[in-house]
Ligand binder design. Structure first.
Ligand code: NAD
Length: 247
């Protein structure tokens, strides 16, 4: 692999796992995160040449300026459009419009803004992976804004794949099930997710490791996936394959 890979939300969880996998594959990394200090510290751990920058994916001017700064260092060849926030899992009748808008703003509008600026920087072609979720593909109660935003990611992925195929940019999505990250640990700690549900509902009966998402991302970015674009790959320990208990 060569060139620069941009990872949004690269300081934590799935983004950080992608960073380690892609650095090992030979990319120079630009980790963009709301927490710029953490992103910079993570880049230092990866070694010389890697970059960690503060960037809020919802800030259009900030995204444009940050991506231009990264592009000035050399050709951008890969994007992991991963930054996102989880839901408060409130019953819909208790949920504000502001909360719904925030979920869409970070999880969907942010991904659009970063993809647009990354495409400008992929002057020699490239590949993108947008982070969706099983919440985009199946019904989960009390995930209205999150699920809608992630379903938007699936549609955005297809649209960009069709538009940019001619300029050598492939665009795919990964839809993780429940992954062992801070986001999920907090849901469990707050009593908003029963870990027993994962055991009962998911055929493999376990959380997914962040590195297992990262290897799917690395595959979709690599030449091994050269004919794959517009696809959403579930990495969910069988969640979407499940029929009913006992079957
Ligand atoms: P995480 O909370 O562990 O890490 C998310 C990172 O994104 C953090 O470093 C955070 O600072 C950053 N971030 C948040 N808002 C941002 C913004 N506006 N601009 C820039 N950076 C921002 O989360 P995670 O579990 O690693 O999730 C990563 C992605 O995977 C998200 O899009 C999430 O929706 C998706 N996902 C996660 C799971 C899961 O089980 N953890 C399942 C399905 C999908």
């Amino acid at each position: 692999m060569s060139g620069t890979a941009i990872i949004t939300g690269g300081a934590e969880g799935i983004g950080w796992a992608c960073a380690r996998t892609l650095a090992a594959a030979g990319y120079r990394l630009a980790l963009l995160d709301l927490d710029g200090a953490k992103a910079a510290a993570r880049a230092e751990v990866l070694g010389p040449g890697h970059l960690g920058l503060a960037c809020d994916v919802t800030d259009e001017a900030g995204v444009t300026a940050t991506l231009a700064r990264v592009a000035a260092l050399g050709p951008v060849t890969a994007l992991v459009n991963n930054a996102g926030i989880g839901d408060a899992n409130l019953p819909t009748l208790d949920q504000s419009g502001a909360h719904f808008r925030k979920l869409v703003e970070v999880n969907l509008t942010g991904a659009f803004l970063v993809a647009r600026e990354a495409a400008r920087a992929m002057t020699g072609g490239g590949a993108m992976v947008n982070m969706a979720s099983i919440a985009a593909l199946t019904g989960l109660a009390r995930r209205n804004g999150y699920g809608a935003a992630k379903a938007g990611i699936v549609a955005l992925t297809r649209s960009l794949a069709c538009e940019w195929a001619g300029q050598g940019i492939r665009v795919n999505a990964v839809a993780p099930g429940y992954v062992r990250t801070e986001l999920v640990a907090k849901l469990i700690a707050d009593g908003l997710l029963d870990p027993g549900t994962i055991e009962r509902r998911c055929p493999m009966g376990r959380l997914i490791e962040p590195a297992e998402i990262a290897s799917a991302v690395a595959f979709l970015l690599s030449p091994a996936a050269s004919a794959i674009t517009g696809a959403t790959l579930s990495v969910d320990a069988g969640w979407m394959a499940f029929g009913a208990a006992g079957e």
